[in-house]
Design a protein. Structure first.
Length: 170
């Protein structure tokens, strides 16, 4: 394969590292405000740990290829996550919007890892392929959990909102 193709793989791995840095920041900010949703908070905290591990594994892949993550891309991802967190803090329905955003972001990650797996396979980078396949399974599991639980989170939010309004009218 050409050095251009390998360079593209390296760029995509750097993008994936920045994506995981963004995810960690976004999830950490969200988890801090989920005291009324213990099941969701617990699953997000578990995924934060998975995300930290994913970032480390991508970094190890880059190092094995004599590359390093992109500080600029990582910072960009963290700033984007900070903006999302600040925007979410002002929304009264943050838990629902956060769930929707997380579900969409998981699918964004899934698509990225599918592309990385295909590229690594094409380029004969078996270690990178294996790592990306492991991470893909974690992202699929989180997306499935969100899919299975978004109804419950939404209904719980609406019930809590209704109870708060009734209490306020007394």
């Amino acid at each position: 394969m050409s050095s251009e193709a390998k360079g593209q793989l390296y760029t995509w791995l750097k993008d994936a590292h920045a994506m995981e840095e963004q995810a960690e920041k976004m999830l950490t900010a969200q988890a801090k405000r989920l005291e009324n949703y213990p099941k969701l908070r617990e699953r997000i905290q578990k995924h934060i740990e998975e995300t930290k591990s994913q970032s480390e594994r991508i970094n190890e892949c880059l190092e094995s290829l004599n590359e390093s993550s992109s500080t600029m891309k990582d910072m960009g991802g963290k700033f984007a996550a900070m903006g999302q967190a600040l925007g979410g803090m002002t929304a009264s329905d943050e838990v629902v919007k956060g769930g929707i955003a997380s579900y969409a972001f998981e699918h964004f990650e899934i698509a990225n890892y599918r592309a990385l797996i295909a590229a690594a396979d094409q380029l004969g980078e078996e270690r990178v392929k294996a790592v990306c396949e492991e991470i893909l399974q974690e992202e699929l599991a989180m997306a499935k959990w969100l899919e299975d639980n978004l109804d419950e989170v939404t209904r719980s939010f609406l019930s809590r909102s209704e109870s708060s309004q009734l209490e306020g009218k007394r």
